[in-house]
Design a binder for this molecule. Structure first.
Ligand code: PLP
Length: 384
């Protein structure tokens, strides 16, 4: 028999996050590995989707999404970042930020291209590119400050570099890129004439009075930035698969055509639910969700500190990386399994976010859980 898999098959293995989730379920543990937020979905979002289904919004939408959703995204982007976005040609609604990122890579990059990525990274960015023959080139950020300088970027650039990825606030480090850091990236991307693909899915979760700065708003960045985000996290609808790309109309048309090819469209009635949420929820809603995450961050980081797993306190998003070198084991995976066996709390080994050795010293915990579950997890950890 000569049947065989594609050459890309080995590149797309089951992620360490799913592996840990499966192991956690087998042991009946508490899953702080997966980045799923337990918080309730806002009523207006559910009602919007239900009404849309009942009214008959159940067929394919335009390739870039329903007008209500594109308008709501453009208005929200203007309200929170000041960006002037045309909903008729600059917004592509997709199957999550994941779909928007995939369609962007398909539309704008070729096999053999290089893309600069900060590590620790979000694994889907890396595997998506690898499966398309695109080479990630890493700029390593190390705890505790996750800083970088312009020379780090210059060392990573080659004649094949076509883009860089900027995830702010970041998963897993919770780094919120400052305006000064974004200026370095803006100067760099202009000097080398490359795209910047952002991932701003945690844009509303920024702590201690920090500000999320949308990279596209920096001078000179509007044309070269593909702003990617989604509703999964902020409305707690990870299973709805709704996200989007915002960019120059030339790129948006191309991204939209690949979005059509792969997904046809995002789920029609759910687009209406999300549009209602974007249009009707006030800034108080976003602030309350962010404050809730911040309160949980503080409680959870205190717990980690008390048991000798020094946390790298995040500035945004809803994960914390902790130093797990005090746990037995020689790899992050062994240490994470030890923690699960001893406490029933699952985390993700830091090696899932790094190519290099730094990851072996770290583990990631997601603290976006309902309070009773988080309390249970903290009590179990304290028994370590
Ligand atoms: N981007 C980052 C950085 C994430 O952490 C996640 C989910 O964990 C996603 C994208 C997935 O977003 P979506 O559900 O919109 O595809």
């Amino acid at each position: 028999m000569t049947l065989k898999m594609s050459k890309r098959r080995p590149l797309v293995a089951q992620s360490e996050i799913r592996n840990m989730s499966i192991e956690c379920a087998r042991q009946g543990g508490i899953n702080l590995a997966q980045g799923v937020c337990d918080l309730p979905v806002p009523d207006v979002v559910i009602q919007g989707a239900e009404e849309a289904m009942e009214r008959g919004t159940n067929i394919y939408t335009r390739f870039d999404g329903r007008p209500e959703l594109r308008k709501a995204i453009a208005a929200k982007q203007n309200r929170y970042t000041g960006m002037d976005v045309d909903p008729e040609g600059q917004v592509v609604a997709s199957a999550g930020a994941t779909g928007a990122f995939y369609a962007t890579c398909l539309a704008l990059l070729d096999e053999g291209d290089e893309v600069i990525v900060f590590e620790p990274y979000y694994g889907y960015h890396i595997v998506t590119m690898a499966s398309l023959g695109i080479k990630p080139v890493y700029v390593t950020l190390e705890p505790p400050d996750w800083g970088f300088v312009a020379e780090d970027l210059e060392k990573a650039v080659t004649s094949r570099t076509r883009a860089m990825i900027l995830n702010t606030p970041s998963n897993p480090a919770g780094k919120v890129f400052s305006r000064e850091e974004l200026e370095i990236i803006a100067d760099f991307s202009e000097a080398h004439d490359i795209f910047v693909f952002t991932d701003e899915i945690y844009e509303h979760f920024v702590f201690d009075g920090r500000e999320h700065v949308a990279p596209a708003t920096l001078p000179g960045m509007a044309k070269r930035t593909i702003t990617i985000s989604g509703l999964s996290k902020v409305f707690a609808i990870t299973g709805w698969r709704l996200g989007y790309a915002i960019c120059d109309p030339e790129w948006a048309l191309a991204i939209g055509h690949f979005n059509d090819l792969v997904y046809v469209c995002a789920p029609a009635p759910l687009q209406i639910g999300a549009a209602r949420g974007l249009a009707e929820l006030t800034p108080d809603y976003y602030q309350a969700v962010s404050d809730d995450h911040q309160m949980k961050r503080d409680l959870f980081c205190d717990t980690l500190r008390d048991i000798g797993l020094t946390p790298h306190v995040p500035e945004g998003a809803y994960y914390t990386l902790a130093d797990v070198t005090s746990l037995p084991g020689s790899t992050a995976k062994e240490r994470a399994i030890h923690l699960l066996d001893k406490t029933g709390v699952a985390c993700v080994p830091g090696s899932a976010f790094y190519q290099g050795p730094v990851g072996e010293t770290l583990a990631r915990f997601c603290f976006a859980k309902e309070m009773p579950i988080l309390e249970d997890a903290m009590n179990r950890l304290r028994k370590l």
